[in-house]
Design a protein around this ligand. Sequence first.
Ligand code: AMP
Length: 356
Amino acid sequence: MLPPGSTIGMLGAGQLGRMTALAAARLGYRLHVYAPDAADSPCAPVCARATVAGWDDRTALAAFAAAVDVVTLEWENVPVDTVEFLAERVPVRPGAAVLAVTRDRIAEKSFANGLGIATAPWRPASGPGDVALARDAIGPHCIVKSNQLGYDGKGQARIGPDTDIAAAWRSIGSDSCVVEGFVDFTCEVSVIVARRGDGAMAVFPTVENRHRNGILDRTLAPARVPPATAAEAERVARRLADALGVVGLLAVEMFVTKDGRVLVNEMAPRPHNSGHWTMDACATSQFEQFVRAICGLPLGSTDLLMEAEMENLIGDDVERWAAILAEPDARLHLYGKAEARPGRKMGHVNRVTPRR
Ligand code: AMP
């Protein structure tokens, strides 16, 4: 167990790191961030220390490893070499093996399917010819996604029966993709599981996610799904976290089909945008739970105390901050980003109401 007073090293310096730093500080921990862009980042004003250096700067990485008690991350695409170099010097939670699965869609889907957990039907593709074959096998409506480094709907193309596949392939700009069957879902849900090194787990209730332009717009907690569907989503998330041996958090995004099945879409081994509602409506926030899990502390209660709706403030949405503050049930969280570019997550608001 890492006691309060210890220093947590965080790779990445965005809003997830910021909110982790605030939760860590409340429990008496210090957060030291490491990122090439840490200087003017959401973390800089709230963390104990920031190292501004490249992912391949071995001198800076060694000094960082010597200055912290454990390393974690808020961005799973940190280069593997960086994580391995650090892991030789200091515990990294979650470890390189978890990252290898969750950063790669083919590895992720193969892992889930290997456990008997369903995903949309999928095929790997390394060129437009593979996409055409996959469409023949899966059905006329598909989505092509870059295998790595895709997020918020980036690096994706919808394919229909008449789509120019060569043009769609070029628009993605990756030579390794997956082709997935288009799921006619009733809703999207997600579950966040915390897991400690000794295998203890705690799961947050299933929530419902609504996207706009490929970006999460709102999370509703709890999800408006039958109890059996919510329980199945939680079972799947626990099974994945346990089989991966995650130490920290695992967020699992899933589709609920018209016939009530739960299909895994993506996993992220870190705090997740769809868990921001926990900050104001749960006994323990996902960020505090993250700190507890990586430090080996008792995991907190995941009971939902209030119903919540989280709204992301994207780009210019943030200009509504004063009106939001005037709402009695709204809790505003801003990330301190100077420039509100389109598509940029600037903050979020949790609207909480007593449980019905
Ligand atoms: P992703 O980057 O995989 O999370 O995809 C972003 C969003 O695109 C998802 O949250 C869904 O709203 C939508 N989407 C992704 N894959 C599929 C699919 N196979 N079928 C239907 N919608 C999808």
